[in-house]
Design a protein around this ligand. Structure first.
Ligand SMILES: Nc1ncnc2c1ncn2[C@@H]1O[C@H](COP(=O)(O)OP(=O)(O)OP(=O)(O)O)[C@@H](O)[C@H]1O
Length: 377
């Protein structure tokens, strides 16, 4: 497909979700770095721009996959979206309510609706508590169940995630990695949330166990109508669970769209490079293995203009260095498969949308050059 056939507009694709469960607009999270004597003398604190102006939305019963290399800000974004971290700037809406500055009892109420699953269940599960005590905690904190009712609920939750009642009295170290993640899922599920932010929930697991956990999460989504933000550094992991995918690079979303479009018709050079780094089944890598060379630059002092330009195989010169590309909607002509039912449920008019959005100067500028160099062919 030629980029000439792509219509562009200034409307971000996230606006195509009429009433998202969660919407972030211009979200930022900066961390102040440790300052040395010199900096203190100059009085200019430096910041890690971990999340630097992100627009994303998650619909009801939808899974948004969030991918990008290590250090690009995925965990920080997940923590801000769940309000574990306060944003430095931007706004967050949940179910139509502004949750950007929630505190105290209001924030506690939000915790009941938005839960988090962490990458390393071992470090997120208290080693001195039994699995039963760990999953019971949210039931107690949110006054959901006590006494016999609590025991019944625990047994139900353990059964729901594929654990047995006899596991209730065991300690985290007595479980396998996959079982520990099931405890983390049961803990998140205990409060009957609407949204779960899952931060690399399967990255530490063997491939076969990864599939079991992903299947469990999909089953729970169907049963309870859950929405997920599913974070992973590997595109292949989000492929099976996501309805839409957002690709993050150095604190920014560079491309987002329906899974079918991101995988079948990636537009941003970074997305294309990430796709090429997915290992093949035979263990070899695809052609153009070197598409993504080196490491991302520091988020303390990101490159001017497009942040990806220092590693971009499509680098255009001054334009990329001088101005920062904005995320803009492109009307797809992907010819890809019909979207899953869930996506249709969140669209404005019940019709599926082909929209997807990218932030790149290259779009529509060098289609011929790109077609010549197309690494996907
Ligand atoms: N509390 C913090 N204080 C200072 N810098 C931080 C803090 N947390 C994260 N960072 C920095 O913010 C950037 C983004 O980190 P983050 O963990 O969000 O990325 P990530 O994409 O989740 O990476 P990974 O997959 O390795 O966890 C990194 O440069 C990281 O060092």
């Amino acid at each position: 497909m030629s980029t000439d056939s792509l219509e562009t507009s200034t409307t971000p694709a996230v606006e195509s979700i009429d009433e998202p469960l969660l919407r972030a607009t211009g979200l930022q999270k900066y961390f102040q770095t440790e300052t040395g004597l010199f900096d203190r003398f100059l009085g200019e604190p430096t910041h890690v721009k971990a999340v630097d102006g992100v627009d994303v939305a998650v619909g009801e019963r939808e899974t948004l996959g969030l991918v990008g290399e290590s250090g690009c800000g995925k965990t920080t974004l997940g923590r801000v979206l769940s309000r574990l971290y306060d944003p430095s700037a931007g706004t967050l809406e949940f179910d139509g309510e502004d949750i950007t500055d929630l505190e105290g009892a209001e924030l506690k109420r939000l915790r009941k609706r938005v839960q988090v699953i962490f990458q390393d269940p071992m470090s997120s599960l208290n080693p001195r508590k039994t699995a039963g005590e760990i999953v019971a905690k949210p039931l107690e904190v949110h006054d959901i169940a006590t006494g016999e009712e609590k025991q019944e609920r625990l047994a139900e939750l353990f059964d729901e995630v594929g654990l047995q009642e006899s596991h209730l009295d065991r300690y985290p170290h007595e479980f396998s990695g996959g079982q520990r993640q099931r405890i983390g899922i049961a803990r998140a599920l205990a409060v009957e949330p609407d949204l779960i932010i899952a931060d690399e929930p399967v990255s530490a697991l063997d491939v076969s166990v990864q599939a079991q956990i992903i299947n469990l999460m999909k089953r729970l989504q169907d049963k309870y109508g859950l929405s997920y933000v599913f974070i992973a550094h590997d595109l292949s992991v989000v492929k099976h669970i996501s309805d839409r995918v957002a690709v993050m690079y150095l604190g920014k979303i560079v491309e987002q769209g329906r899974k079918e479009d991101i995988f079948g018709n990636p537009q941003h050079p970074y997305t294309r490079a990430l796709l090429h780094s997915i290992p093949r089944v035979d263990g070899k890598r695809k052609r153009h293995e070197s598409l993504l060379e080196g490491n991302p630059p520091s988020p303390i002092d990101p490159p001017s203009g497009c942040r990806f330009r220092t590693r971009c195989p499509e680098y255009l010169g001054d334009e990329c260095a001088d101005t920062e590309p904005e995320l803009r909607a492109v009307a797809g002509e992907s010819g890809t498969v019909a979207p899953p039912e869930r996506v249709e449920m969140i669209s404005t008019d019940g019709e599926s949308s082909d929209e997807h959005a990218i932030a790149c100067h290259w779009l529509g500028k060098s289609s011929e050059r790109r077609e010549e160099q197309d690494p996907m062919t």
